[in-house]
Unconditional design. Structure first.
Length: 194
């Protein structure tokens, strides 16, 4: 029986990039293996940034993001594609996560000092991150700090686990053969819903 997979394209630019090709390869592999796939492209959504705690606590979710919340609730596995910008995720992706990961949807009520209930438990995720620097430099020299923060402080906080990573370094310098190998790898990951 196939899994329900949501592919979230977090690149702020709607023009095609290699990250879009990686998402297409993952989607093809998943669909061919019988998984159900939905796609969400952040660059096509119009929503405001949160500016006050009260907005996050009890403000309405922007209408453009209600279908996104429905897709996240539907999914068993999320795959988030984004480029590394200034050492972290693009602001559009961070703003999106702040808007959708609200109390009542992603976490339960907070009572005193107790940890809130993780309402998105039972879902797994994969992060596919493209970057200009070598992936090993990001992972070992910079210690992948922003990726760990995303995994622990956002996805893990709402109950999403396990979380796997695919880091694609020196993306602009990849040869056609390297790109082909990466696309084949993403097809295999899609087929395995991993």
């Amino acid at each position: 029986m196939g899994r329900r997979i949501l592919l979230l394209q977090g690149h702020p630019d709607p023009a095609p990039h290699f990250g879009h090709a990686l998402a297409d390869a993952y989607a093809d592999g998943a669909a061919d293996a019988g998984h159900e796939v939905r796609r969400l492209t952040l660059a096509t959504l119009d929503f405001p940034l949160l500016r006050r705690k009260a907005e996050w606590d009890s403000g309405p979710v922007p209408p453009a993001l209600l279908p996104a919340q429905a897709d996240i609730a539907w999914a068993q596995h999320l795959v988030i594609f984004f480029p590394l910008w200034l050492g972290g995720m693009p602001a559009l992706l961070k703003g999106f996560l702040e808007q959708v990961a609200r109390p009542g949807f992603a976490i339960g009520p907070i009572h005193g000092h107790a940890q809130p209930q993780k309402l998105l438990s039972g879902r797994s995720a994969r992060l596919v991150v493209t970057m200009g620097m070598p992936a090993l430099v990001y992972r070992w020299y910079f210690r992948a700090h922003s990726l760990k923060a995303l995994e622990r402080n956002i996805l893990g906080f709402v109950g999403i686990a396990p979380i796997d990573e695919t880091l694609v370094g020196r993306v602009e310098a990849l040869t056609p053969a390297q790109r082909s190998r990466l696309l084949a790898r993403l097809r295999r990951l899609g087929a395995a819903a991993s």
